[in-house]
Ligand binder design. Structure first.
Ligand SMILES: O=C(O)C1=C[C@@H](OP(=O)(O)O)[C@@H](O)[C@H](O)C1
Ligand SMILES: C=C(OP(=O)(O)O)C(=O)O
Length: 486
């Protein structure tokens, strides 16, 4: 049973509300909770993690300004500090200064720990192959069950010498020797994009050129592109012979860049200063909230047109019927009528949005069908299965969509009265946030167990939503409540 302190509730501001109906107009007319005000969302967790890792490997120092200082970034910092990188937090400048190891991480004096982070485990495994062994890396029980073998095989092909201490358990992992020789390696990306990203991370430190082949089907392609983009920022020599797409910035990588073959030349990373942009998945919770409430929310400092993944998230939001407009450096998110026609979303490239999409599906009267989410059963929890189960308790059931016998997505079903008003994110921050969004759609108070997990990516999540629930706009349209940090 979750403890009282692990619970957080979303309070209803309305006492009556109709259930979602099949009449498209009904969703517009009905009374809804009101969210008003402005928020500042966390900066990108994926970019922060990449910058910290590349900074830890680089020659020289790297200043990461506006890092997302979440628990999963700290896990990486602790492990990289064991490997000889230095991290100095400068809160007065909102930055972390990293002194890198010049591609020669030291042998750690303790076990390296990835906690529950798949990103940390897969990327640290790759980094350990540069360490003069032996060194040991471990993570939590769930992490031991998540896919890893194809990455170990690929690192072995490139000259690494890694093994699991107990094949039956998955973890801990032992690295015996250091040094990657280079060569051509094929890595599957049908279960996670993180294998390809992890190989790419260390490829500039192999003694020869490395070609990473990523055969279709690829899940989470935007994340592999983020890795390539960040590698280029750190001066790595990366070529995509099948074309980089249309890059949003010189030297960058386009949102459609072809990942079949990625060529990396030796040369390592050079430390640099960089500014982390907003976190796209965190932004989506406010967009999703606008589907189930009457929302008029300003999200501070969200530069559109510069971060492909952020732009993808905005595109999904607009398809859901939410108005998203630029207002100077900010964006304004306003509830709109839901789409009149059934909506289909392929989630292959946007896996982190799936729990929140499930949370809003009952509020789309013409129906939402999401597919391409099969691989998220390998995330921190079997996310979609957990969220669908909990949503059904709240009277928001979804029909499963299967592919090859596994849950690949869902379809809207008619909503009904809740069977219970307490739900549980099963220790997974994305489930917890998605279930809060579902709670906003109900007139009753919904209790979501697992608030303690929010520090994984978005510690201020509840604070932001409480502020928005209390917020209003002044008669001149000026914001009178700011739910975010000053
Ligand atoms: O590289 C990254 O930063 C991530 C890659 C994705 O993993 P999968 O490809 O396993 O979905 C994503 O879901 C995860 O939240 C972050
Ligand atoms: C990146 C995430 O998960 P993982 O690294 O564990 O795959 C996440 O849950 O935000």
């Amino acid at each position: 049973m979750p403890t009282a302190s692990a619970r957080a509730s979303v309070r209803a501001s309305l006492s009556t509300m109709t259930s979602p109906s099949t009449d498209p107009e009904a969703a517009v007319r009905r009374d809804r909770r009101v969210l008003r005000g402005s928020v500042r969302i966390p900066t990108s967790k994926p970019d922060t993690q990449r910058a910290l890792l590349m900074g830890a490997l680089a020659t020289g120092s790297t200043a990461v300004t506006r890092p997302n200082v979440c628990s999963e970034s700290l896990v990486l910092q602790e492990a990289c500090a064991e490997l000889g990188a230095r991290f100095v937090a400068e809160p007065e400048h909102d930055r972390i200064v990293v002194t890198g190891t010049g591609g020669a991480p030291l042998r750690p004096s303790t076990i390296l720990r990835a906690a529950g982070s798949g990103f940390a485990l897969r990327h640290l495994v790759a980094v350990t192959s540069l360490v003069e062994g032996p060194c040991v890396l471990t993570g939590d029980q769930r992490l031991a069950q998540r896919p890893l073998t194809p990455l170990l095989d690929a690192l072995t092909e490139l000259g690494g010498k890694l093994e699991t201490a107990d094949a039956g358990l998955g973890l801990p992992l032992v690295n015996w020797e250091h040094g990657l020789t280079g060569g051509t390696v094929r890595v599957p990306a049908d279960e996670t994009s993180q294998f390809a990203s992890a190989l790419l991370l260390v490829a500039p430190y192999a003694s020869g050129p490395v070609t990473v082949e990523v055969p279709a089907p690829v899940v989470g392609a935007p994340y592999i592109r983020m890795t390539v983009a960040m590698m280029r920022e750190f001066g790595a020599r990366v070529r995509l012979p099948y074309g980089p797409g249309e890059p949003p910035a010189p030297g960058g990588i386009g949102p459609d860049a072809d990942l079949r073959r990625i060529e990396v030349r030796p040369g390592g990373y050079r430390g640099r200063d960089l500014l982390v942009g907003p976190d796209a998945t965190s932004l989506f919770y406010f967009i999703a909230a606008a589907v189930v409430t009457d929302a008029d929310i300003v999200v501070r400092e969200v530069p559109l047109g510069r971060h492909p993944f952020l732009d993808d998230v905005v595109t999904v939001g607009r398809r859901l019927g939410v108005r998203i407009d630029r207002e100077g450096p900010d964006i304004r998110i306003v509830s709109g009528p839901p789409p009149a026609a059934p909506l289909e979303i392929d989630a292959t490239g946007i896996p982190t949005l799936v729990p929140a999409l499930a949370a809003v599906a009952s509020d789309l009267p013409a129906g939402l069908r999401v597919t391409g989410a099969r691989h998220i059963r390998h995330h921190k929890t079997s996310r979609l299965a957990v969220v669908m189960d909990q949503l059904a308790r709240l009277g928001r059931p979804l029909a499963p969509v299967l592919r090859d016998g596994a849950l690949d997505g869902f379809e809207t079903l008619p909503a009904g009265p809740p069977a219970a008003l307490d739900v549980d994110g099963h220790g997974d921050h994305r489930n917890v946030m998605a279930l809060h969004i579902a709670g906003l759609a109900l007139p009753e108070t919904v209790t979501v167990a697992g608030a303690e997990t929010l520090s994984t990516s978005f510690a201020d999540f509840l604070h932001c939503f409480r502020g928005l629930a209390a917020g209003r706009r002044g008669t001149d349209g000026a914001l009178v409540t700011d739910a975010g940090r000053p």
